[in-house]
Design a protein around this ligand. Structure first.
Ligand code: C5J
Length: 234
């Protein structure tokens, strides 16, 4: 696959219906593939979750990331987390529930969900390379209190290929925010995961229901096939 892809339009066999994408107006948006969610000892596990449930999303995302990099597509990574002084962490978030460690507490990968700590960083398999955008977000949605909207406007992006974790929390919140801002979101079914497989399924169904009320859903191979086909035809 080469950068000539960006001069073409492709059709992804998505649900609820195929979607035609101008690749030059399409970005890959990878949500919160951070050690704090993916690895033992991080934020996700402190909440009582089985983090091994999320591992299945890594390889499909890696495959898309390679294709996007080869094509010269805009790649955006997000990270959920807070400033060391917690000034951007609402007490309602920090005090909620009964986790084994709270946001800001010291843990095996540094302070839980704090910017700059090892646990806050993106997993090595999907680590950003030079030129890729990294958006630090304090909330679940990637538009809230971030520069994401400005970045997308600067690059004239209209379509987002969205993957990451977790399906029903940060992926869904971001897709809903993006949908309200007029972006076409294609959510990558095997490139998202949840600690709760049933929430993953429902999270995807909620996006594509009612004629695609929040967006489209396709697996990574469908997107890669559309990208490869366009490259062959170019
Ligand atoms: C959560 C996220 N689950 N990235 N964050 O708290 O989905």
């Amino acid at each position: 696959m080469t950068s000539s892809l960006l001069a073409t339009t492709g059709t992804v066999m998505a649900e609820p219906e195929p979607i035609s994408l101008d690749w030059s107006k399409t970005a890959l948006l990878i949500i919160d593939m951070q050690r704090d969610f993916m690895e033992p000892g991080g934020f996700g596990e402190t909440l009582g979750n089985d983090v091994s449930q999320l591992a299945r999303a890594v390889q499909p995302i890696a495959n898309l990331l390679t294709a996007a990099r080869n094509a010269g597509m805009l790649v955006i990574h997000t990270r959920e987390g807070h400033k060391p002084d917690l000034s951007d962490a609402p007490p309602a978030k920090v005090e909620r529930g009964a986790p084994s460690l709270r946001i800001g507490d010291p843990g095996p990968m540094g302070r839980i969900l704090i910017r700059g700590e090892p646990g806050h960083d993106i997993i090595p398999e999907l680590y950003p390379v030079a030129g890729e955008v990294v958006i630090d977000k304090p909330g679940k949605g990637a538009f809230y209190a971030t520069e994401l909207g400005d970045v997308l406007k600067q690059h004239a992006i209209a379509n987002l290929l969205v993957c990451g974790v977790t399906t029903e929390v940060c992926v869904n919140t971001t897709v809903r925010e993006a949908n309200d801002r007029g972006y076409r979101c294609v959510v990558i079914s095997d490139g998202c995961a949840s600690y709760f497989p049933e929430f993953h399924e429902m999270g995807l169904r909620m996006i594509k229901a009612q004629g695609g009320i929040f967006g489209w859903v396709a697996d990574s191979t469908a997107v890669l096939a559309a990208m490869s086909l366009e490259t062959l035809n170019a």
